[in-house]
Design a protein around this ligand. Structure first.
Ligand code: HEC
Length: 111
């Protein structure tokens, strides 16, 4: 299932900063200037609606505007494709991985 794939990816790539239970404060968090977001409260902070497409964009990172300032989170749209040698295929893999991560994050939302 997509959610389970997302959970595995989350442990490998995200927990270091966002924490095992996704509330922020992972082991790498103290080294950052911006505290990693509490990912269980994304819907709660958006009037109870999980803003799927903006979460996809935030994770991907390739479409961030310079106005958003310096980004401490890796650009996952590139990082999750890195080991795939053929660019177009890498892009597809990164999209699929981001989609499963978003499904996982959706399942973690708390009121
Ligand atoms: C190196 C630390 C680090 C890692 C690893 C990391 N993040 Fe983040 N993340 C951050 C920080 C810091 C922020 C706060 C915004 C910023 O400064 O970029 C953030 C913000 C976010 C946001 C909220 C963006 C918004 O403004 O709504 C989402 C969603 C997110 N991260 C998802 C993920 C996912 C999924 C992964 C794993 C693929 C991940 N992060 C891995 C540091 C990290």
């Amino acid at each position: 299932m997509l959610v389970e794939v997302g959970a595995e990816l989350y442990k490998s790539y995200c927990a270091s900063c966002h924490g095992v239970v996704a509330r922020g404060g992972g082991p790498a968090a103290p080294a950052l200037i911006t505290p990693p977001t509490d990912l269980t409260r994304i819907a709660a902070q958006n009037g109870g609606v999980f803003p799927e497409s903006s979460v996809v964009k935030a994770i991907d990172g390739r479409f961030d505007l310079p106005a958003h300032g310096s980004r401490e989170m890796p650009v996952w749209g590139i990082a999750l494709a890195e080991e795939i040698p053929y660019f177009a295929a890498g892009d597809e893999v990164a999209r699929g991985r981001i989609a499963s991560l978003v499904e996982y994050l959706k399942s973690l939302q708390e009121p």
